[in-house]
Design a protein around this ligand. Structure first.
Ligand SMILES: NC(=O)c1ccc[n+]([C@@H]2O[C@H](COP(=O)([O-])OP(=O)(O)OC[C@H]3O[C@@H](n4cnc5c(N)ncnc54)[C@H](OP(=O)(O)O)[C@@H]3O)[C@@H](O)[C@H]2O)c1
Length: 297
């Protein structure tokens, strides 16, 4: 598995494992999560994506329980987490309305909690989960820089930010925002043309793609032109169809890092098949055409 350098002190695996759906897995045991993590590590997938809000603010603790049980795993992992969404559930069930909070006080409290929940000393990469219309860029930027200076966080980035949101925060932050985690897949492909990927490529901010398989939607209709094309290419490359959909993202010059979300151990063990495939230009466009239902202009 290729290693991708995000900053002087942080490199990640080209494919990332996301833990948003962790609490949907009927098996919540620490040993089962350990097996899923080990299945990733065996393929060189060393980077894991979390957020304070996942599982109604309970997912980080699930990871923490596994790391307490098998502490040596931590040495082989890079852990990403996010903060900034306050939803009136779990930890925040006293709140009335879902909102964003990127104040220094909130970010600092969220980081302390994430470190404790995951039983780790340092967050490898901290992301602001969503752009906050009430963000005071100077305050937020200073807070992020201070977290790096304190050693609690190794690197910083954002999620679901548009280019102008990135510009604003970067103008108030000494440390580089190393990634923007956005939705990109064959079927949710607006980032190709709305300036997001162009901006990131120009500024060497590596995109992370959430829901790279459309949250499973790509495979809902086996008779769809997209599924037929994915299956044909999968057969010719000797891999599974999800690997072709993932390879479609890897082919983009912005160096998209897909975050896979399956809970299925059999599918997890096949994640790295995608990195064996380099799609020809024409095959790449055939997939885009099949997904969008029309040829490019
Ligand atoms: N920053 C953000 O705002 C944001 C938002 C959403 C997600 N994320 C991150 O992105 C990660 C991935 O998102 P995601 O889970 O939506 O990714 P995904 O990989 O696109 O979707 C995973 C879903 O697709 C299903 N699936 C996978 N392969 C399949 C196949 N071959 N056939 C049928 N179904 C299949 C999985 O079911 P099984 O479990 O049964 O395999 C699972 O329900 C999350 O874990 C999270 O870390 C970030």
């Amino acid at each position: 598995m290729q290693r991708i350098s995000l900053s002087d002190n942080l490199s990640v695996s080209q494919i990332i494992y996301g833990m948003w759906r962790l609490t949907d897995d009927p098996d919540h045991s620490t040993v089962h999560l350990q097996h899923k993590i080990e299945a990733c590590l065996d393929q060189g997938i060393t980077t894991f994506d979390q957020a304070d809000i996942y599982g109604g603010y309970s997912s980080e603790a699930e990871l923490g329980n596994t790391l307490k049980q098998a502490p040596s795993l931590r040495d082989s992992m890079e852990i990403i987490t996010k903060c900034g969404i306050v939803a009136p559930i779990g930890l925040h069930s006293d709140k009335n309305v879902k909102h964003y909070d990127t104040s220094a006080q909130y970010i600092n409290q969220a980081v302390e909690r994430s470190l404790k929940e995951m039983a780790i000393e340092q967050i490898d990469l901290l992301l602001l989960h969503r752009p906050d219309p009430l963000m005071d860029a100077q305050e937020t930027g200073n807070a992020l820089d201070a977290l790096i200076a304190s050693g609690k966080v190794k690197a910083i980035g954002v999620s679901n930010f548009r280019p102008w949101d990135i510009e604003l925060l970067q103008s108030s932050t000494k440390n580089k925002l190393v990634t923007n985690q956005i939705e990109i897949s064959l079927t949710q492909n607006s980032a190709l043309t709305n300036g997001d990927l162009s901006y990131m490529q120009q500024h060497q901010i590596l995109p992370m793609a959430w829901s790279p398989l459309g949250g499973g939607d790509l495979f809902k209709n086996p008779e769809s032109p997209l599924n037929i094309k994915l299956n044909t290419l999968a057969t010719s490359h000797g891999v599974n169809p999800a690997a072709i959909a993932t390879a479609w993202l890897l082919r983009h010059p912005a160096q998209i890092l897909p975050i896979m979300g399956s809970n299925d151990i059999y599918r997890i063990k096949q994640f790295s098949e995608a990195s064996k495939v380099t799609l020809e230009r024409e095959a790449w466009f055939e997939l885009l055409q099949a997904a969008s239902g029309h040829e490019v202009a």
